[in-house]
Design a protein around this ligand. Structure first.
Ligand code: ADP
Ligand code: MG
Length: 376
């Protein structure tokens, strides 16, 4: 994890800590946020995302640690002088003002001359596609439109950073997806730095260039959605982001583990795991191949492929795919996701072979069963 000040980073959190009495809400976080990036804090409820965001905004004071913007400390800078825009789940628009005046409000309190103010409001109305609604009051807008007003109001005075705390949480799925696409466009067009909070992994994947995964006040995974998904740094991240299978194994060498009566081939782990240690092998359901015994005879086993036998417990047709639950000889369950191309149904009760490529599995040591079940 990055701990040093990176030359292009806009915001740096150093050993940032927040305690409420005995309780640690944010536990010595280190993070570099790049200028212009879209970074999402993702984690379950209570993991410390909002508290971290509030400290960056200046609504909460850290117990200890440092927040730097352009390498200057923000700790003593009051919230309204930080050059940070903020959008929450609840839009808090002024009910007696129309859309145009709601959006213009931050410029009015900054005493921006009228002509300049009107131009900025017009430009931002266009950006969030609300020009035709400029004269309406909030009560005459839908939830999605209200949230677009709140976003416009946060952007109109051109803050260097936009912070968003579950801004789409109150909207239904379709609208949320439309606004996610809009937000991505706005980010691209303005080149602004966005720090976004959500507990929804799909939303985090769809929006962000990087994701910071929060657990109990700490960041336990940081990277692009693709990297975090394909090579999760630990078992918690693997089970939090997407679906995963975990096989309980014993390590026998740097690239081999014992599973049931067999030796599995492993990709070399990032940090070596001692021989004889208990470990977990993680494989994503879509990387599992299920073959009947006849098929397996026709398809020779390449050197980088693992194969174990299992019994089909159940298959469920989901349209574009099947999920197939498989039970190994020691009773461990593996879920496979099989693309429903041809007639690929496998009858429950049948004996099959399960294959996966060494490249498609990750191995973790000192796992904690609670971690995996809690995350999924
Ligand atoms: P998240 O946004 O990830 O859901 P929060 O940052 O809001 O989580 O909260 C993290 C933890 O800190 C939670 O357990 C929450 O109950 C606690 N917490 C937040 N604010 C306060 C407060 N003002 N007083 C006491 N505990 C708080
Ligand atoms: Mg929160």
């Amino acid at each position: 994890m990055l701990t040093q000040q990176n030359s292009s980073s806009l915001v740096t959190l150093k050993q940032l800590n927040k305690e409420y009495g005995e309780f640690t809400a944010v536990n010595h976080i280190n993070l570099d946020i790049e200028k212009g990036e879209f970074l999402t804090f993702l984690g379950s409820s209570g993991s410390g995302k909002s508290t971290t965001l509030s400290m960056i905004a200046g609504f909460e004071t850290p117990t200890s640690g440092e927040i730097r913007l352009n390498d200057k400390s923000l700790i003593e800078v009051p919230s309204h002088k930080r050059g940070i825009g903020m959008v929450f789940q609840h839009y808090s628009l002024f009910p007696h003002m129309n859309v145009r005046d709601n959006i213009g409000f931050p410029l009015d309190i900054r005493k921006v001359p009228k002509q300049e103010r009107d131009k900025k409001v017009d430009d931002i109305l266009k950006l969030v596609q609300l020009t035709d609604f400029a004269d309406r009051r909030p009560s005459m807008l839908s939830g999605g439109q209200k949230q677009r007003v709140a976003i416009a109001r946060a952007l109109v005075y051109e803050p260097e950073i936009l912070l968003m705390d579950e801004p789409l949480g109150a909207l239904d799925k379709k609208l949320r997806e439309d606004l996610q696409d809009e937000l991505r466009q706005i980010h691209k067009r303005l080149g602004i730095t966005i720090i976004y909070v959500t507990h929804d992994q799909d939303e985090a994947m769809r929006l962000s260039e990087r994701i910071a995964i929060f657990k109990e006040g700490e960041i336990i995974g940081l990277g692009s959605g693709k990297d975090l998904y394909n090579t999760p740094p630990n078992a918690f991240v693997a089970s939090f982001l997407g679906n995963s299978n975990f096989l309980k194994v014993k390590i026998v060498s740097e690239t081999e583990a014992q599973f049931e009566q067999q030796t599995l081939k492993l990709k070399k782990p990032a940090t070596p795991i001692p021989d004889q240690a208990d470990a977990l092998v993680m494989i994503r359901p879509e990387n599992i191949y299920v073959l009947s015994k006849e098929q397996a005879e026709q398809e020779p086993l390449a050197s980088d492929i693992n194969q174990i036998s299992a019994t089909v417990e159940e298959t469920v047709f989901l349209g574009e795919s099947y999920t197939c639950s498989l039970i190994t000889s020691s009773g461990q369950r593996i879920m496979g996701k099989i693309v429903a191309r041809e007639h690929s149904e496998i009858a429950p009760g049948s004996e099959v072979y399960v294959r996966w490529s060494t490249q498609h599995c990750c191995v973790y040591d000192n796992w904690n069963e609670q971690d995996i079940t809690k995350a999924s």
